[in-house]
Structure formats: structure tokens, C-alpha cells
Design a protein around this ligand. Structure first.
Ligand code: ZN
Length: 274
């Protein structure tokens, strides 16, 4: 097993799988990627943002000594797929709308992130070559239930449910004690809040024991209502703030939450004149 220089890895044993929950440091937006280890295979969910962390993630996966069956990319925000350059030899799957959104957004996202982090960010975005839709897929006798979520934290998102494990790989449907990114607008130009809340209410009814967020530590189903409360607070802050005080108002409302850069990124999209 290679030494983990940067990633924090938590092993989560469930009934028929072990999930390796891999978290990057703050300058990598504390984004998580997951490895679902079945009896004979590995399934990867998302590929992180910065090159050194994505490379370390791939090395860790290889150290487990099982073939990687596929990579799922959950949504088009760059922190979840810019690391895919280290998985170009593996079949990579996403919703067709996500691949379209990635291709439209890639030049802007590359400019934005390379402007801040330089060569730590890929210069050759690698797009998924395979599409998936909602429904069940069985990989090495484990059911992966794919859910399509519309107009939430991103326009199109995949959440991956392991029904026999009572586990949801929610990725950015939930954040745990990390500031929410609320800068996404729907295609009609409306805010993300309503669609996001209705998706959370739907998943809250399923009865998961383990919920794995896109940012922040592994958690349980209590995170759904906690996120709904936080989204409602953010909706009020967005309505009552200006470009000048949005960041401070948000930091004041969530003491102890991580990743100020997420608040700044929301501000960049919500108050574009700033
Ligand atoms: Zn994210």
C-alpha cells in the first residue's frame, strides 16, 4: 500500500462491498472520490480536481490489486472530473446531459482553475466516453441503482445507490459541514434551491444507513434534513445580500464550517459584476 501523502482515506465496510472514501485537502476543495470494492472488482466514483491528488487516488486504487471495472462521473463541476486524465485507460460513464455540460463548461472551468492553481490543474480535460441513464446496473453481483437528479447543486447529477448496502453515494447532493456551493442556475435562470430541496426530501424517505457526501466526512441520513435547513438559510442570505456582504453573511451564518473558497465561488456566480 503506498503512503498517502495528501489524501485522507476512510474504509467503510458494508455487507458485500468495502467503500474507500478518499478526501482531498482544502486546496483541492476538500472534494471526495469513492472506490467501491466488490469481491473481484473496483468501481470508481469521481476523480477529484488537482493533479497530485488524482494521481495519488489512481495509485491507491491500483494498490488494491483488483481491476477497475469503470469510472462514474456524477456531475459536470470540475472538482469531480478534472482528475480523469489519470483514468484514460478505463471506461468512463456519465449522464449524456452531463457530458454535454462538461464540454460547454470545460474552457471556462479550465481558465478559472488554471488561473488559480496553474499546472496543478489538467490542461487536457478527458471526457467520459460512455453514457448511462437512471436504473439498475449489476457489477460483480452488486446492484448499483443510478438516480438522475435535475436542477439541484448542478443541472444534472447522478447519485449512486447501493440498495443491498443501504448506502447512498450522494456526492454533491449533500455537503457535510462544508459551505454549500449555491451558484448554479437552472437552464431557465432560476436559483438551485427548490430543485435541490425536493431531491433531498425524496432521498430522505429511502432509509439509508450511510450517506457519502461530495464534500465533508461520511455521514448518515440525518444529513438530508440538515442540508435542507442549510439551503433554506442560504436562500434567505442570497435574497438579502449584496455582492459586498454575501461572503461575510454566509461565514457568519455557518460558524465552524469549512471551505471559504466555496462561498467565494458561489459569490462569483451569484454576483457576477463583483
Ligand atoms: Zn463538488
Amino acid at each position: 500500500m503506498p503512503n498517502q501523502e495528501n489524501l485522507t482515506i476512510t474504509k467503510i465496510p458494508r455487507n458485500n462491498v468495502v467503500i474507500h472514501f478518499c478526501s482531498s485537502p482544502d486546496n483541492g476543495e476538500r472534494v471526495n472520490a469513492q472506490i467501491v470494492e466488490t469481491k473481484n472488482k473496483l468501481v470508481i466514483v469521481d476523480t477529484l480536481l488537482l493533479r497530485p491528488y488524482a494521481k495519488e487516488f489512481r495509485q491507491y486504487a491500483d494498490s488494491l490489486g483488483k481491476p477497475i471495472d469503470r469510472v462514474f462521473i456524477t456531475h459536470a463541476h470540475p472538482d469531480h472530473w478534472f482528475g480523469s486524465e489519470f483514468f484514460q485507460d478505463i471506461d468512463c460513464y456519465a449522464l449524456p446531459q452531463t457530458i454535454e455540460e462538461m464540454k460547454v463548461m470545460a474552457p471556462i472551468a479550465l481558465g478559472f482553475h488554471r488561473g488559480m492553481e496553474g499546472d496543478l490543474v489538467t490542461d487536457q480535460p478527458y471526457f467520459p466516453g460512455q453514457t448511462v441513464g437512471p436504473g439498475d446496473i449489476v457489477i460483480d453481483s452488486v446492484t448499483f441503482r443510478l438516480h438522475e437528479i435535475l436542477s439541484a447543486e448542478d443541472l444534472f447529477m447522478l447519485a449512486i445507490d447501493l440498495p443491498d448496502e443501504k448506502t447512498l453515494i450522494a456526492q454533491d447532493l449533500v455537503y457535510n459541514k462544508v459551505h454549500l456551493f449555491v451558484g448554479q442556475r437552472s437552464q431557465e435562470g432560476t436559483f438551485c434551491f427548490d430543485g435541490w430541496i425536493s431531491a433531498l426530501n425524496k432521498f430522505d424517505k429511502v432509509g439509508y444507513e450511510v450517506v457519502l457526501p461530495g464534500h465533508g466526512a461520511p455521514t448518515d441520513a440525518s444529513i438530508f434534513q440538515e442540508n435542507i435547513r442549510n439551503i433554506e438559510i442560504m436562500r434567505d442570505i442570497v435574497a438579502s445580500s449584496t455582492g459586498e456582504n454575501f461572503v461575510q453573511n454566509t461565514l457568519d451564518a455557518f460558524p465552524g464550517y469549512g471551505l471559504r473558497s466555496m462561498v467565494e465561488m458561489s459569490a462569483f456566480f451569484l454576483f457576477p459584476s463583483k
